[in-house]
Design a protein around this ligand. Structure first.
Ligand code: AMP
Ligand code: ZN
Length: 117
């Protein structure tokens, strides 16, 4: 899929509305439309990268920017006691939107077990 058709590229370009959490020249963060907990937002690079399977060394700085910013954003959203980050990848990982994104999930109470079989 090209960035022209990608829903998260459109959100990052403000062509589709979202509940914005944060934006800078490289990153965009917004609340998930179907939250799985009291706090659930997505942190995405503005650059279109389909998934972690498409990441190489050229993306190292970008990934660093995403992860160095997440703690502050989570704290600002009320997750100062902790949160969970999830990056679903590919068919096996249950990825629905093929634009790399980090789920940040939390709230005031501990989350359930990470994986329930
Ligand atoms: P994933 O399975 O990791 O690809 O998750 C994609 C996530 O994007 C899901 O949690 C959806 O609820 C969320 N999502 C899809 N469309 C939108 C949208 N327009 N605004 C906010 N979140 C969205
Ligand atoms: Zn995209």
């Amino acid at each position: 899929m090209s960035s022209a058709d990608c829903i998260f590229c459109k959100i990052a370009r403000n062509e589709i509305p979202s509940k914005k959490v944060y934006e800078d020249e490289d990153l965009f963060a917004f609340h998930d439309i179907r939250p799985q907990a009291a706090v659930h937002f997505l942190s995405v690079p503005k650059q279109h990268v389909a998934s972690l399977l498409d990441v190489d060394a050229s993306h190292a700085a970008l990934l660093g920017k995403i992860f160095t910013r997440i703690g502050q954003l989570a704290r600002d959203q009320g997750c100062g006691e902790g949160f969970r980050t999830i990056v679903n990848t590919g068919k096996v990982g249950g990825q629905e939107v093929y634009h790399l994104h980090v789920h940040v999930i939390g709230g005031s109470t501990p989350l359930p077990a990470m994986i329930k079989w």
